[in-house]
Ligand binder design. Structure first.
Ligand code: GLU
Length: 478
């Protein structure tokens, strides 16, 4: 059967790369080609243009929203603000969202949006106009809504933009009770959720911890089990990169290298995150950081330095056939979407490296977005109903144990046991459980079939199966 037009995208495109990974994994499933074609294709691609007033004239803005799969509703995925945005990229990112949600059992279809601007070149007022107008265009075509399609932050956007989207949607849908569930990644004061900002980076760090804790897998690469002493290079000091570094250090790793677009820095005994961050804020660059032993004006050189784990946390196509030979890391944790091309991935796999695939590795963001959406639909913060009840129940238990045993706990021990969970603690617990379970789910799929050549293929097999089951349950396929 002929492949649909977008599934047959050129092999050099990002969407083509995602399809290539998909096709490679699909051979390990037993679904009919028609169903695979339906899963792989982008269902709806909305491309639009709108003018904004700028200076004395007008500027036309190019924008997209792609809904890749409607096997579950709503569809979900961030909005990228970048000069590099194009239709192929948005399609690829939307497809990855479908597989990502399936991997971590978040009940959404995949989507992605893009606005082709460099946000740094626009005033706050202009960015607000662009974001509100983008939202209106989505509303006009029924491409946004708590039950339809729910955007979130992505590269170049954050809480501020999500607030504008929520406000525009609410204004145009007066009286819609669940309106705030139309977008996630909102600030806490606008019914966002505690822990969303840190979620992607925290999830990345947990995924790496899960990976390095398996002694058998580490041994094959000549590494010891555990995070302690692992040397990591992270590319990107944005929201994802920053939080990944923060939690990796907290878990015991040593971050030896940091790369940003202006260059890279390296210190074999470790870099201090907050000092690097402050230095960059003050000087506009990571270069010149006094705690670095080496620095590279060509940022790409930073990726090639000595380390155990490399975390690309910026953009796609960072590890390609032209630099893969120089990559020294044994574990690649894909915090960004699509940082490794299929050809480079094959070289790394043949070398015995582990690639923790993007669709799992960076899924912490959408996982906590799911919690935020649930919070918005239920109109109550997590823990609000049961925190005090839990504390009273724990207090009674502690009193009883003290009475029967005659042992008295000190104040710190007492409060540790009694304390009910806050929203942040519940979110972090849900996130950690999701990341841990999913890692083992993927690894089990890999272990079950020696022909499955890595975690990415295993992750695709697992998500293809899940999406296929949804379609079959809908009665679309026998
Ligand atoms: N943009 C993020 C991602 O690529 C988050 C998506 C979301 O929360 O919907 O996973």
């Amino acid at each position: 059967m002929a492949k649909s037009i977008d599934a047959a995208h050129s092999d050099t495109s990002f969407f083509g790369d995602v399809c290539q990974f998909f096709d490679h994994a699909a051979q390990f499933t037993s679904h009919p080609e028609g169903l695979l074609d339906q899963i792989r294709s982008c269902n709806s691609v909305y491309r639009f243009r709108f003018p904004i007033r700028r200076g004395n004239g007008f500027e036309v803005i190019d924008a997209w929203r792609v809904e890749h799969s409607h096997h579950k509703s709503p569809t979900k995925g961030g909005i990228r603000y970048s000069e590099m945005v194009n239709e192929d990229e948005v399609m690829a990112l939307a497809a990855l969202m479908t597989y990502k949600c399936a991997i971590v059992n978040v009940p959404f279809g995949g989507a992605k949006g893009g606005i082709k601007i460099n946000p740094k070149e626009y005033t706050t007022a202009e960015l607000e106009t662009i974001t509100r107008r983008y939202t209106v265009e989505l509303i006009k075509k029924n491409f946004i809504g708590p039950a339809i399609d729910v955007p979130a932050p992505d590269y170049g956007s954050g809480e501020r933009e999500m607030s504008w989207i929520a406000d525009t949607y609410q204004t145009m849908n007066p009286g819609q009770l669940d309106a705030l569930g139309c977008v996630t990644g909102k600030p806490l004061a606008l019914h966002g959720i505690a822990g969303r900002k840190e979620a992607t980076g925290r999830g990345v760090a947990i995924s790496i911890r899960e990976c390095v804790d398996i002694a058998e897998d580490m041994k094959k690469m000549g590494l010891t089990a555990g995070m302690s002493g692992k040397r990591v290079i992270v590319q990107g000091l944005g929201n994802v990169g920053y939080h990944t570094i923060k939690y990796l250090i907290e878990f015991g790793a040593t971050v030896v290298g940091i790369c940003e677009y202006e260059g890279a820095i390296y210190n074999s005994s470790g870099l201090n995150l907050d000092e690097v961050f402050t230095h960059r804020k003050m000087t506009g660059s990571i270069l010149g950081f006094p705690g670095a032993q080496k620095e590279f004006k060509n940022s790409a050189e930073g990726l090639e330095q000595d380390c155990d784990i490399l975390v690309p946390a910026a953009l796609e196509n960072q590890i390609t056939i032209s630099n893969v030979a120089n990559i020294k890391a044994k574990i690649i944790a894909e915090a960004a979407n699509g940082p490794t091309t299929p050809e480079a991935a094959e070289v790394l796999m043949n070398r015995g490296c582990i690639i923790i695939p993007d669709m799992y590795c960076n899924a912490g963001g959408v996982t906590v977005s799911y919690f935020e959406w649930l919070k918005n639909l239920s109109h109550v913060a997590f823990g609000r109903m049961d925190k005090r009840y839990e504390e009273n129940a724990n207090l009674n238990l502690v009193n009883m144990v003290e009475k029967t045993t005659g042992v008295t706990l000190d104040a710190v021990q007492r409060s540790l046991i009694i304390k009910g969970a806050t929203e942040l603690e519940l979110v972090n617990s849900g996130l950690e459980d999701t990341m841990i379970r999913s890692y083992h789910e993927i690894r089990d799929v890999q272990m079950a079939n020696p022909k499955i050549d890595g975690l990415r293929t295993a992750a695709f097999v697992s998500s293809i199966d899940k999406v296929a089951i949804s379609y079959m349950n809908m009665g679309i396929w026998p």
